[in-house]
Design a protein around this ligand. Sequence first.
Ligand SMILES: NC(=O)c1ccc[n+]([C@@H]2O[C@H](COP(=O)([O-])OP(=O)(O)OC[C@H]3O[C@@H](n4cnc5c(N)ncnc54)[C@H](O)[C@@H]3O)[C@@H](O)[C@H]2O)c1
Length: 328
Amino acid sequence: MKILVIGGAGYIGSHAVKRLVADGKEVVVLDALYTGHRKAVDPKAKFYQGDLRDTFLVGQILTEERIDAVMHFAAYSLVPESVKKPLKYYDNNVQGMISLLRAMHFAKVNYLIFSSSAATYGIPKTIPITENTPLDPINPYGETKMMMERIMHWTDKADGIKSIALRYFNVGGAAGKIGEDHAPESHLIPNILKSVNNTAKPLTIFGQDYNTKDGTNVRDYVQVEDLIDAHVLALQHLLKTKKSDVFNLGTAHGYSNLEIVEAAKKVTGTDIPYTIGPRRGGDPDSLVADSTKARTILGWKPQHESAEDVIATAWEWHKNHLKGYADK
Ligand SMILES: NC(=O)c1ccc[n+]([C@@H]2O[C@H](COP(=O)([O-])OP(=O)(O)OC[C@H]3O[C@@H](n4cnc5c(N)ncnc54)[C@H](O)[C@@H]3O)[C@@H](O)[C@H]2O)c1
């Protein structure tokens, strides 16, 4: 089985590459290195630097490398930036998906696992969120992910390309020598840990006037290796059933931002000062997954069920990589 991982130099994609290589799969990576790191890519994977929107290049890789299935992680994913620069997001994310599906159709590669997002749900009427909760994104980023899912749906009907969309909630943690290093970093856990290491600005929590238990946003944190387990299971399921589907990936536990700060204090053994800033824009009050479908149909069982477990794996990486991938 030979798998093309698009966005395999990024935070989540590099963890997928590591896992697939460890499972004995042949892995090819395509990444433009816009936000990813060449160093994050397992040396056993073959690496192409290029843009997914280059349909000719993608088609060439799919055919020449005789790819069996694709895992697609490449996207821009900063919610506040998407509100300020929507066209950048529609261009890369939506255009990237169109390009990929064209190339897959041309190369007769029929299996795709896709990184979707809880941002597709917008402000859900009920929590926890199931896959049947209506999609109603409140920012351009979430809308691009919803559009990408719709394009996959219709391309299945027309061209028979079977896909699974995995709607991630908040991903955190690390796996030994690879971890999370975005610039700028918009995610809470790495920003907390960078503030502990004094390698980032002091911590700001954006907004304490949300409709939640302590006024700060509530999110569901899934550990990155657990998330990748679900990709491996999803691909097996897709190859077996040949049926497109969608699954939520979260632990079903909601933590407020202030609870995450408390959990990080316990993990790092330090005080973590913070200030409360204004809302960033585009953030729903609460996003908590009902992941029963992934657990029952895929047999997914996350190993890290508490926020402290997730943060502990992130801290292992951050305390040894004060400058992220700029460190040796
Ligand atoms: N991190 C999270 O909590 C989270 C939550 C929900 C969904 N997601 C989705 O998961 C995916 C991976 O997220 P991440 O945090 O690893 O992001 P990331 O920015 O670390 O990784 C994305 C990778 O894709 C590459 N890329 C982007 N556009 C490209 C293009 N046109 N051609 C080739 N390569 C391109 C980047 O260089 C980068 O290496 C994204 O699609 C994101 O929307 C992430």
